[in-house]
Design a protein around this ligand. Structure first.
Ligand SMILES: [Zn+2]
Length: 359
């Protein structure tokens, strides 16, 4: 067992990381499709660089890096929707200090593609930071896609490509871990290629319940606004309930951090605030994934209904129903697209259920 074990399906990337852990270059760029767990790969590599055993996964250094509380591994967080120039200056400041107890200062920066956007892109500042790296600093940069504007940043890094996990891979991994076949398939389908989320779902007995709720949506919509809004309320509360395991896990982490801090060791920086920011991001993301899980479930319900009609004679009534299901799929699809731009869950659900109710 070592820190790379959790990166299932990433054998090529792991081989590169293993070959670099004793003599790292100053910057690595991890890239892969959504769900390829770019961040996990960077954190595992950070542990491998700092651990005296090259990433044993069980020593104090590994544990601290994996929990995000090792002061010599600094995960950068952006101040805005994109990376601001001030964020990059902060990264540069951190990168210039000497390691406290580890061999390196490892700077982890995810979503680097967001340096090329906005009114004053921060990519040039980042590039400058990468040009004159301090000797004992290693940058781990992550991107989900590589826009052309990033080519110059790319040219400064060793690239580590990651592959996206397929639904069937995730289901297989979960079954290997003792999850039943049904729960494994359902969790894998709902997790959108994200193994960690699939694990969380598989340990959540409420998944089947929430799937049943979403599947009942077409019957429950009776064409009235009041009916639609009651359903919005119910789904909203189901999403709240779905977040309980994550919130419990975060509470455990916070308690662990508090007892670490009371142990008397004062470390640089203010990782507690960073942890809290990360927790808020995790919650936002989990809500979004939960909403998408519902929309995927709803899509399947309408598709199944269409499929049931395939054998029937194509009379006027069947044609009418096919057209209705097709419209419904279009509406759900549009709602799914909106999940990438809107943060307003209630508004999105209201629009969705009101429109579906009118069909
Ligand atoms: Zn270790």
């Amino acid at each position: 067992m070592d820190v790379f074990d959790r990166l299932v399906g990433q054998e090529a990337a792991i081989a590169t990381m293993r070959s670099h852990r004793t003599r790292p270059v100053h910057a690595y760029l991890f890239h892969g499709p959504a769900g390829s767990n770019v961040r996990d790969a960077m954190i595992s590599f950070a542990a491998a660089l700092q651990c005296p055993e090259g990433g044993c996964g069980s020593c104090d250094v590994c544990r601290r890096v994996l929990e995000g509380v090792e002061p010599d591994v600094v995960e950068a967080h952006r101040g805005g929707v994109t990376w601001l120039i001030e964020d990059i200056h902060e990264i540069e400041r951190v990168a210039r200090r000497k390691p406290l107890s580890c061999p390196y200062v490892v700077v982890v920066m995810n979503e680097v593609e967001l340096t090329v956007l906005g009114a004053s892109p921060s990519a040039p500042a980042l590039l400058k930071t990468l040009e004159e790296p301090p000797r004992r600093t290693v940058f781990l940069l992550g991107v989900h896609d590589t826009p052309n504007d990033l080519a110059t940043v790319l040219s400064r890094c060793v690239t580590i490509p990651l592959v996206g996990l397929r639904e069937t891979d995730i289901a297989r991994i979960l079954m290997n871990e003792g999850v039943g076949a049904d729960a494994a398939e359902l969790s894998a389908a709902a997790a959108n290629g994200d193994l960690e989320r699939a694990r969380l779902l598989a340990s959540d007995p409420g998944v089947a319940e929430r799937r049943a709720l979403w599947s009942s949506v077409p019957e429950r919509l009776n064409g009235t606004a009041a009916g639609a809004m009651a359903l919005v309320d119910e789904v909203h509360r189901a999403i709240d309930a779905a977040l309980v395991p994550l919130e419990e896990r975060q509470a455990t982490e916070s308690r662990g951090r508090d007892s670490d801090a009371s142990g008397g060791s004062r470390r640089g920086g203010a990782p507690k605030a960073e942890m809290e920011r990360r927790h808020r991001r995790e919650v936002r993301r989990a809500r979004l994934e939960e909403l998408r899980f519902g929309l995927v479930t709803l899509t399947r319900v309408y598709r199944d209904r269409m499929a049931e009609l395939w054998g029937s004679p194509l009379d006027a009534r069947t044609q009418q129903r096919l057209a209705t299901y097709s419209d419904a799929l279009g509406i759900v699809d549009e709602a799914f697209r909106r999940t990438t731009t809107t943060m307003d869950e209630v508004l999105l659900l209201s629009d969705l259920f009101l429109q579906l109710g009118r069909l």
